[in-house]
Ligand binder design. Structure first.
Ligand code: IPM
Ligand code: MG
Length: 374
């Protein structure tokens, strides 16, 4: 029987609430579909700091490195606002991305028909929205050195972050964007700030060269990242795949998330390069939303982004395409039926908590899966 090793890192705040709903789906798939998932669980973020004095322990890093896929909840909360910078909760997530070399972050922004009214934009602008933001995740200003604050000795301090990209980093992320575009509407829009930044000039050149070299069948467009942000809220449906760097990708994906109705809706997959021998990619799946400490422990968090992240895991780590489709369909069905958590409430909908919406999605998934097994 196939075994599929999952390493679960629920993290802090609403992370464990959302992960609880995924655990039920995993149990169902093991019991009813012999999916063969094994799960191990670790600590990341503030809870890891409390237990080990680090944002993730070495033992948990090893487990993450050897798992087939990592499922990640959320990190952070006011309790850890004053911990040293090196061991702040986010450091655990950044270390996972860097050490697992997860350079390609896929952030789909899909507006479920039932949620068009929950968007901050007019429904006709977002109905049917289906864009994929590909964010470079292991380079740029997040990791560039020097990264320092120095005392200038005259009552002033100087802070430095470094935006740095090498050719190969831009080549590999743009290749992912072009490959993904071929499975969709075959269009890529690359965003940078070549009018101000040298890294933007190189980004633009390398994306253009990669396109010319291997992907000239894909339609490529370039946009300055600020204009891109504006276009995302003006006419978001013009985009198919957007490829951009680590920092711009962080911001633009939050903008895109709001178009879909709530930050609680957006899943993401962070992928490494395929292994030369096995073809397997290291991978981590996480909701785009943060830890939302204000609603932690109240049982009202929206687990959909976490569940949809597990659907991405089924698709990208295990090629369980039918199962991934069914899980996404179950989410859409439950939304159609008018079952909503507080963040996506609308006038005639039924307001439920984390457990209820998780159970509703699971029972829909059971119905959809009844006709076959893996
Ligand atoms: C995200 C988050 C992270 C980031 C934080 C938690 C470090 O905002 O995944 O978008 O900035 O990448
Ligand atoms: Mg972010």
């Amino acid at each position: 029987m196939t075994t599929r090793n999952l390493f679960l890192l629920p993290g802090d705040s609403i992370g464990p609430d959302a992960m609880g709903e995924v655990r039920k789906i995993i149990a169902f798939m093991n019991e009813e579909m012999s999916a063969g998932f094994t799960t191990d669980e670790g600590l990341v973020g503030g809870c890891a700091y409390d237990a080990h004095g680090a944002a993730i322990s070495e033992a948990d890093m090893q487990k993450a490195l050897s798992a087939d896929a990592v499922l990640f909840g959320a990190v952070g909360g006011p309790k850890w606002d004053d911990v040293p910078y090196e061991v702040r909760p986010e450091a655990g997530l950044l270390r996972l991305r860097k050490d697992l070399e997860l350079f390609a972050n896929l952030r789909p922004a899909i507006c479920y028909p039932a949620l068009a009214a929950a968007s901050s934009l007019k429904p006709e602008l977002v109905e049917g929205l289906d864009i994929l933001i590909i964010r470079e995740l292991t380079g740029g200003v997040y990791f560039g050195e020097p990264k320092t604050i120095t005392d200038l000795g005259n009552g002033q301090k100087r802070a430095i972050d470094t935006q740095v990209y090498d050719t190969y980093e831009i080549e590999r992320i743009s290749a992912v964007a072009f490959e993904m575009a071929r499975t969709r509407q075959n269009r890529v829009c690359s965003m940078e700030k070549r009018n101000v930044m040298k890294s933007g000039v190189l980004w633009n050149q390398v994306v253009t060269a990669t396109h010319k070299d291997k992907y000239s069948d894909v339609k490529l467009e370039h946009m300055l990242a600020d204009a891109g942000g504006m276009q995302l809220v003006r006419a978001p449906k013009q985009f198919d795949v957007i490829v951009t760097d680590n920092l711009f990708g962080d911001m633009l994906s939050d903008v895109a998330a709001m178009l879909t109705g709530s930050l609680g809706m957006l899943p993401s997959a962070s992928l490494g390069a395929p292994d030369g021998k096995t073809g397997k990619r290291k991978a981590l799946y996480e909701p785009v939303h943060g830890s939302a400490p204000d609603i932690a422990g109240k049982g009202i968090a929206n687990p959909i982004a976490m569940i949809a992240s597990f659907a991405m895991c089924l698709r990208y780590s295990f090629a369980m395409l039918k199962e991934a489709d069914n899980l996404e369909k179950a989410i859409a069905n439950v939304l159609d039926q008018g079952t909503r958590t507080a963040d996506i409430m609308s006038v005639r909908a039924k307001k439920v908590g984390t457990l209820e919406i998780g159970c509703a999605i699971l029972s829909d998934l059971k119905a959809l899966s009844a006709s076959y097994s893996t």
